[in-house]
Design a protein around this ligand. Structure first.
Ligand code: F6R
Length: 617
């Protein structure tokens, strides 16, 4: 969590940093701060609140000149969000400044030692401890900043992406990473450099980018090629410079009020981009290098273990239904956080699939590292290219959903399901569990999904109308069965996280084992009752709700008449194969949560307490 961005070169650093922080605000937004170096002094401004609050404060507090500086947008770990705990942090002498994303777990022990040596601390953060440790090492060992950072980092336990500046050697930054991402943008002839948690802050300036790997640090000096070293043994790393494909338009709102709405509307294109070039319908082929190159491993797999968190975990649950139904391979779906600490039984012929939009989720990353240590083959399904999980996995496939900036995941979910459907179909055909005819039917239907999602988006106004009726409810229940049980969980999560209304998702049949007690005339219940998939049984559940005066919002297949007669509201989705219904039924649930949150005046793209990439445990 937290966003870091910095600039060192010949341009005015301030606009680059402040705009960069706005683009990174999805990573954390409880406080923000920056430093600027004008060739003489380091000016610092920081505040509790958003980047826009920082912008106002800078106007009042400091001059904006300087070609060097860095900034931070925070998601608090150690120390409450307040002005003092905001980053950057100075060292005791105020010669060194740091921004940090991550957690230093042994900060308390180090802090006590530093206090014994006369250091004082202004904040409650682990970061201030780290910068003072670097200062102390620099002094004691009489070494340059790079060496001091390297020695200090070998003493800390935890995760970090850091950028450090030393006023006494002002033409360089030292950056390092372990567990949190850092990208370095390289300007022409090394005359300028950009630092950021992802490449979005600098894409209009350079497409040349180096992503540091875990355990690496870089010395960035104006006029010289960057030097990357391993923190552990100081050895030089032969890094590669990537060409970014990201463009500015992709990370702007493009006329929508919120990124979330834009991303909901982008789903037809995002789904198409996921299967483009992979699904060749006329040839009856699914090509996916990560699977093709390892096809024997997939076919010999006795079990697939899916690890993920949050929405990606829900996509994993849909994949469980897909793999078991289409390819007849047993699947277990695990929360990264539970799996990694559970001492799970992992066999050599297990395949672990890690699903993650950001590719940076700490628990998912740790889970796959653990699986690798037990010799499992790990396949990554990520959206962010070059992300840690994508690089840690033995093989994988990108969803190609494009940048997802709204904190609530939307297009990431549907594209993950699309990609996992292709894998299930490929394996199902290869291991003979679906007939060629069925396989072709699936492929042809998948090709139609983007158009169906597009037509479905026309329900927006109707969903808005329904949202207005139920926006003041304090609880919601979401019910679904089979492939749509995970969709019920996802619908409830979307509502909770952006509107702060309590919501629960349940398999519809479980309702009578508990949640039914909650139902009264004040309880809106969203029921997914598409024609395929236990339809009659879900209709019975709807009757049971009706009998208890619950308010029913039903997601039904176009042309449905039965549910229409019982439900208070129906939202129709186009007909499709049962396995693909989640790709459609999810859309109205995303819109419902979106509209309720807007009506309640919530911060839709940056809901409280959340961050887009959860890089801490
Ligand atoms: C929900 C949401 C989170 C993420 C979860 C995993 O809308 O965004 O629940 O799904 O933090 O993130 P990734 O997919 O980046 O691993």
């Amino acid at each position: 969590m937290c966003g870091i961005t910095g600039y060192i070169g010949f341009r005015d650093a301030y606009p680059i940093i402040i705009n960069g922080l706005k683009r990174l605000e999805y990573r954390g937004y409880d406080s923000a701060g920056l430093i600027l170096y004008d060739g003489d002094t380091i000016k610092m401004s920081k505040t509790k609140g958003k980047v826009s609050d920082l912008e106002k404060q800078v106007e009042k507090e400091i001059s904006k000149g300087g070609n060097i500086g860095f900034g931070h947008t925070r998601w608090a770990t150690h120390g409450v969000p307040n002005d003092v705990n905001s980053h950057p942090h100075f060292s005791e002498s105020e010669n060194l400044a740091i921004v940090h994303n991550g957690i230093i777990e042994n900060y308390d022990t180090i802090k006590k030692e530093l206090i014994n040596r006369g250091y004082t601390f202004k904040s409650d953060t682990d970061t201030e401890v780290l910068i003072n440790l670097i200062e102390e090492v620099k002094k004691q060992e009489n070494v340059k900043l790079g060496k001091a950072v390297q020695i200090a980092l070998s003493e800390v336990v935890g995760a970090y992406a850091i950028t450090v500046f030393d006023k006494t050697k002002p033409n360089e930054f030292v950056v390092a990473r372990l567990g949190s991402p850092i990208a370095i943008g390289i300007g022409t002839n090394n005359k300028e450099f950009f630092i950021a948690s992802d490449a979005s802050p600098f894409i209009e300036y350079t497409k040349n980018c180096v992503y540091l790997e875990d355990g690496e640090m870089a010395i960035i000096k104006i006029g010289r090629a960057i030097r990357v070293r391993k923190i552990q043994d100081d050895s030089l790393v032969d890094y590669s410079v990537l060409q970014l494909k990201l463009n500015l338009e992709q990370i702007e709102k493009g006329g929508y009020d919120h990124f979330m709405l834009k991303e909901i509307y982008e789903q037809p294109k995002a789904i198409t981009d996921t299967f483009r070039g992979r699904m060749l319908v006329n040839k009856g082929l699914i090509r996916m290098a990560g699977v093709d190159d390892n096809i024997q491993k997939f076919l010999n797999a006795k079990r697939i273990i899916i690890v993920a968190c949050g929405t990606s975990w829900h996509a994993g649950l849909v994949a469980e239904y897909l793999f078991e139904d289409i390819a007849r391979i047993p699947v277990e779906v695990e929360y990264g956080s539970e799996f990694r600490y559970r001492n799970p039984i992992i066999n050599e012929d297990d395949i672990v699939i890690a699903i993650s939009q950001s590719g940076e989720t700490a628990d998912t990353l740790a889970a796959i590292k653990m699986a690798k240590s037990k010799d499992a083959f790990v396949f990554g399904v990520c959206n962010v290219v070059g992300s840690s999980i994508a690089r840690e996995a033995h093989a994988g496939a990108y969803t190609h959903a494009g940048p997802e900036i709204g904190v609530a995941s939307t297009k990431a979910f549907t594209t993950q399901i699309t990609l996992l459907s292709l894998i299930a179909l490929k394996l199902g055909l290869a291991n003979g569990n679906i007939s060629k005819t069925n396989y072709h039917t699936y492929l042809r239907e998948m090709e139609l999904i983007p158009k169906k999602v597009e037509s479905l988006l026309a329900i927006n106004d109707k969903v808005k109308y329904i949202a207005n009726i139920y926006k003041d409810a304090t609880n919601f229940l979401y019910l679904g069965r089979g492939f749509n049980f995970p969709v019920a969980l996802e619908g409830a999560l979307k509502l909770k996280e952006i509107s702060y209304i309590h919501a629960e998702g349940y398999p519809a049949a479980e309702m009578k084992h508990g949640p039914i007690a909650l139902i009264d005339e004040n309880m809106p219940i969203v029921v997914i009752a598409t024609r395929k998939g236990h339809y009659e049984k879900v209709v019975s559940n709807i009757q049971e709700i009706k009998a208890r005066n619950g308010k029913i919002i039903a997601i039904v297949t176009q042309g449905d008449t039965t549910v229409k007669e019982i439900a208070d509201h129906v939202i129709e989705v186009p007909e499709t194969i049962e396995a693909f219904t989640p790709l459609l039924t999810t859309i109205p649930l995303q819109l419902l949560s979106y509209h309720i949150a807007v009506m309640l005046d919530r911060n839709v793209d940056q809901p409280r307490n959340l961050a887009k990439a959860v890089t801490v445990e």
